[in-house]
Write a protein that binds this ligand. Structure first.
Ligand code: FEO
Length: 168
């Protein structure tokens, strides 16, 4: 049985993962409309991964005899300025999510829920990888220069194909 506080904070995380999925879907659509095929593919796949994170939490809560609450959809922004600015937003968002995951782990420890603490380790590792992946993309963008976006777009496509940044 899940401690009430753990159940509550996991349900808050379901909402955050769901929002992450919607946010990246909106970014993917924005990038697709601008003709960035590689960037939009990366974001569409990222949106799917966030949905998978949400489902993982739903199933876990229910397995532990809690009650997962499926949230309504918050509308994400639709305009992201430029590609570099958009990836800065992705990194900021992932840092925010990492903070939430740490908060959940702290709650598990405070509530002596070591089962959930262990379950959350997957998310801790995932966040390290996701942040590192987005940082690698931003480094590449800086190296290629913001005027070489066509090259960057091709490159991000091959990063994804090689199982690189952001892919699990
Ligand atoms: Fe599920 Fe990227 O956090």
């Amino acid at each position: 049985m899940l401690p009430k506080k753990v159940e509550e904070i996991l349900n808050v995380q379901i909402r955050k993962e769901d929002y992450s999925s919607q946010l990246y879907l909106s970014m993917a659509s924005w990038a697709e409309n601008k003709g960035f095929e590689g960037v939009s593919d990366w974001l569409f796949a990222q949106a799917e991964e966030e949905r998978m994170h949400m489902l993982k939490l739903v199933k876990y809560i229910n397995e532990r005899e809690g009650k997962a609450v499926i949230p309504g959809i918050d509308t994400p922004p639709a305009d992201f300025g430029d590609v570099a600015g958009m990836f800065e937003k992705v990194l900021a968002h992932e840092k925010y999510i990492s903070g939430s995951i740490n908060e959940i782990v702290s709650t598990c420890i405070a509530e002596n829920d070591f089962t959930t603490q262990s379950f959350m380790q997957w998310f801790v590792t995932e966040q390290i990888e996701e942040e590192a992946g987005v940082r690698a993309i931003l480094d590449k963008l800086n190296l290629l220069g913001k005027n070489n976006l066509y090259m960057f777009d091709r490159d991000i496509m091959s990063m994804r194909a090689r199982g690189g940044a952001g892919q699990n």
